[in-house]
Design a protein around this ligand. Structure first.
Ligand SMILES: [Zn+2]
Length: 79
């Protein structure tokens, strides 16, 4: 009893004709010029988010996380 359904080619995977993805920033339909965003502004906004989120500008203060981890102690006077 093999599955032999009379339907062949029923599964049409639309690879080429993808549905328009919404802009990840505002949800509007993206335009070709600024994909996947809807406009240059949203693209810029995303870039700004990415930069400020990922890259911490190293001018605030020393990374205390390194000290707290206790792996690299800066100056341990053991006299
Ligand atoms: Zn947008």
């Amino acid at each position: 009893m093999s599955k032999t359904s009379g339907k062949t080619g029923e599964k049409v995977v639309t690879l080429a004709a993808k549905p328009r993805q919404p802009c990840p920033i505002c949800g509007r339909p993206a335009v070709k010029a600024h994909r996947p965003f809807c406009s240059a502004r949203c693209a810029d906004a995303d870039l700004g988010n990415w930069v400020s989120g990922r890259y911490r500008i190293p001018t605030e203060e020393a990374p205390e996380d390194a000290l707290e981890s206790g792996i690299m102690e800066p100056d341990s006077h053991e006299d």
